[in-house]
Design a protein around this ligand. Sequence first.
Ligand SMILES: [Fe+2]
Length: 184
Amino acid sequence: MRNVDCAKQKIRAVIAGSRVPEDPRHADNTLEWLLRLEPDAGDALQLAALAHDIDRAIEAIKVKRADFDDYDAFKAAHARHGAEILRPILNACGVAGDIVDEACRLVEVHEVGGDPSSDLLKDADSISYFDVNLPLYYQREGWAETKRRSLWGYRRLSARARKIVENINYGDDEMVRLLQEVLS
Ligand SMILES: [Fe+2]
């Protein structure tokens, strides 16, 4: 097996253990959106797309929202911890050092972006939140928190990604209404 395929398999196996029900679907869906936005995305970006939320998958060591007053500080710690978890997985599969470094860097900045590659990852992640996470997030967290989270996600989208999110059809009146409130 290719080193990168070995790594993807291990990442998926770890994320399958997440207690957040949407996590496995979100990981693959983020990779799918990345490849729609950039069909030529390289191995480092693809690995980062799949693994960007790997921190959430390991209940015993994951970064906890309740430990942070500030949502952005929580997200930064989540991203940094994800990169720490990812590195030994990639190394164990023999992924080339430059790809390991870049994939871990991308996971570390996936919430904020700042360069073309991490901006692509941020867009793919945020589109996927609206595509697959939002309905399940709503069931768990309720209207007010889901609206806050959705506004946060919408604001970090590029103009191109906003167009994609605006055209998502939930087939559920309440989700359509929530998205309308976020967009207005
Ligand atoms: Fe994510």
